[in-house]
Design a protein around this ligand. Structure first.
Ligand code: ADP
Length: 256
């Protein structure tokens, strides 16, 4: 009976080991596939805005007409939009690896919240292809200890998403006080099955892309890494069809 028990235990262990091995091979293969898809999509996404900005600059130079201010402004706007998209993408790519994040040195300084929100919101309103109304309620003298470049990028990712994942008319509300900043939209919302994963690297809600807005599931990953590096935290609540609300808590702010 002892031999029987031992051999069944060995058999069970072997079955478990084989299952475990297959499980990991499967996981690794899907990660490889994800990386391939990612590189393929990314190359395409980076080439398109470069080509558009290039041809806008080219036409502007070739047929330059000083008196046609409207046309010149249109070209400059196209170039600016594509460059701002590219710089967001580059920031996301550079910040993708956790190791890089941990090694990254933030330059922490006193940052005034209102001017940075107004600037980022203005840029997004300008480049949006649908009507966007951003309501900002932030005290004039509010400041936090942060890295202004990354704080700006965090805001830009959140406001960009609010526009991307909203119906035709976008209403965004941004409120802040000493403890937190809230970015709320009236967009399509996120269902409770997907909500716990939206900050994960490469995670996208497939149904969220019904307008084919595109993306890589990196924006919120970046946001969370930066927020945590600053010693802050971020929460999300959402209701499908009603809207989404992100809250960043400026934790530990007084101690810095
Ligand atoms: P991306 O926008 O590139 O897909 P993100 O990491 O920025 O990646 O967001 C992950 C997912 O979370 C998105 O694919 C989208 O489905 C969902 N999401 C993010 N922000 C919002 C929002 N404000 N409203 C609705 N869905 C959102």
């Amino acid at each position: 009976a002892g031999i029987l028990a031992t051999s069944s235990a060995v058999l069970a262990l072997m079955i478990f080991l084989i299952w475990y091995l297959l499980h990991w091979v499967g996981k690794l293969r899907s990660i490889e596939q994800m990386k391939d898809d990612f590189t393929h999509n990314m190359t395409h996404e980076l080439k398109t805005p470069v080509a558009v900005a290039y041809s806008a600059a080219d036409s502007m130079l070739r047929y330059y007409d000083q008196s046609d201010e409207v046309r010149n402004k249109q070209f400059l706007k196209i170039i600016m939009q594509r460059l701002s998209f590219l710089s967001g993408m580059i920031e996301n790519i550079l910040s993708m690896s956790m190791e890089r994040f941990k090694a990254m040195k933030l330059s922490i300084e006193n940052v005034e919240v209102k001017p940075i929100v107004v600037e980022v919101a203005g840029m997004i309103e300008l480049k949006a292809d649908k009507p966007v109304k951003i309501d900002i309620e932030i005290p004039d003298n509010l400041s936090v200890m942060a890295d202004s470049l990354h704080f700006g990028n965090v805001l830009s990712n959140l406001i960009d998403n609010a526009v991307k994942y909203s119906e035709d008319t976008v209403n965004i509300k941004i409120m802040a006080d000493n403890n937190s900043i809230v970015i709320a939209d009236n967009g399509i919302g996120i269902d409770k099955d997907n909500l716990p994963y939206i900050f994960d690297k490469f995670y996208r809600v497939t149904s969220g892309d019904r307008y084919e807005v595109g993306g890589y599931g990196l924006g919120l990953f970046y946001v969370k890494q930066i927020v945590e590096l600053l010693g802050w935290s971020i929460d999300v609540t959402s209701k499908p069809g009603v809207g989404t609300k992100f809250t960043i808590k400026f934790k530990n702010n007084e101690e810095r």
